[in-house]
Design a protein around this ligand. Structure first.
Ligand SMILES: [Fe+2]
Length: 386
């Protein structure tokens, strides 16, 4: 999605003979979205990617709904999700609707024995803690804390960590994750008014070609089921590719905040959007500089959206008792705002060091049983004067 990219060797003309040194043909594959009507990549495998050896019994990863209809402010201790060795087992859905799911994960180990493919959704993996490399057939994408790693649907991947203490916020989007429309030109270039530009987008730069045959397990997720597939060739056997469909990364630390004399509205913090949602990044920035400005946000009612905020780092001027990894949900239409005392306290302050990721959904979010396990139950009462 970000821009045209190519890596490795490809033939000069598409759909023409492209041979190995042995004289055999490479296997061309078109990886396309919206049928054949949207972004795509043309990839060149060492072996045909179609050689399925078997499919094990699929199993459900459907989130268990605890609260179908929520209209209460809620707060969750994200770091209370217990670390697990395995990545897929660690993925814990806390909220979802028909447009997206929000998951927390604390995997301790790299994916060594299997690969994962989300067939039903694009993924945004926000790296809160941990670092390593995302391995895909499109090449290697190193990641570090603060990265939004965007993995379009259908990309087979492995997460390899250099660390064992890893904390991830994952958004599974059932529509493509895109830049906000107002940030891009007619041709798709990021405009001057956008808080980041193409130089801030990191793409795979190193291709690993695994010319291997054997039994390669790819866990394919569709809707809420995982289908364990076995392929006869290594999924990362590409000699080259080009196109627009590939994983990429954008660091929250590369987001250039837009500030003003008075409080700026939340859309200035926007990073991405999809069907019925937007995402934002709140980053360290100078406060408003009107002589009578109030840096703390005004009370607000998002009359038609559920607002999810994930606290990454720094002190939150408008909230009390915020901890890293905390996740708050302020549902549609119920007013919320600064905690008592924080408005006066914010006056005269020059800057904030807050770091947070926001996901606003335009349809109600359901809450899972896993979310209830880590809830701070009295949060909705926290605006009462103390
Ligand atoms: Fe808000």
């Amino acid at each position: 999605m970000p821009f045209y990219h190519r890596l490795g060797k490809i033939p000069r003309k598409r759909h023409t003979q492209f041979r190995k040194p042995t004289g055999e043909l490479y296997a061309e594959q078109l990886v396309s979205t919206e049928g054949f009507s949207d972004d795509y990549s043309l990839v060149y495998h060492t072996h045909a990617p179609t050689r399925v050896k078997g499919v094990d019994e699929p199993y459900s990863v459907a989130p268990e709904v605890a609260i179908e209809q929520n209209l209460r402010h809620r707060s969750f201790r994200g770091f209370a999700v217990k670390p697990k060795k395995d990545y897929l087992e660690s993925r814990t859905c806390v909220m979802f609707n028909n447009d997206l799911a929000i998951l927390l994960a604390a995997p301790q180990e790299s994916m060594e024995n299997y690969f994962f493919k989300n067939s039903g959704g694009d993924e945004m993996i926000f790296i809160h803690e941990g670092e390593g490399v995302l391995k895909t057939m499109y090449g290697l994408l190193p990641f570090r804390p603060g990265d939004h790693v965007i993995i379009p649907r259908g990309v087979i991947y492995q997460l390899h960590f250099n660390t064992s203490a890893n904390r991830l916020l994952i958004m599974e989007s059932y529509s493509p994750i895109r830049y906000p429309k107002r940030y891009v030109s007619k041709a798709g270039q990021l405009l001057e008014n956008a808080p980041f530009c193409e130089r801030d987008i990191r793409v795979p730069e190193e291709l690993e070609t695994h010319d291997k045959k054997g039994d390669f397990k790819v866990m394919v997720k569709r809707d809420h089921m995982i289908f364990p597939y076995h392929f006869a060739t290594h999924p990362f056997d590409l000699i080259g590719w080009d196109g627009y469909h590939y994983p990429w990364a954008f660091s929250i630390h590369d987001f250039e905040p837009i500030t003003g004399r008075v409080h700026q509205p939340p859309p200035v913090h926007q990073t991405f959007e999809g069907r019925n949602y937007v995402t934002c990044a709140f980053v360290p920035r100078m406060y408003d500089y009107h002589p009578n400005s109030i840096p703390a946000p005004y009370n607000h009612s998002n009359v038609d959206s559920d607002e999810v905020l994930y606290y990454v780092d720094g002190e939150f001027m408008s909230r009390k008792h915020v901890e890293r990894g905390q996740l708050t949900l302020h549902p549609t239409g119920i007013p919320h705002g600064p905690h008592p005392g924080t408005v006066e306290k914010s006056i005269g302050q020059k800057e904030t060091h807050e770091l947070a990721v926001m996901i606003d959904t335009f349809k109600p979010l359901k809450l899972t049983k896993a979310a209830m396990d880590i809830e701070d139950e009295d949060y909705y009462l926290s605006w009462l004067e103390d």
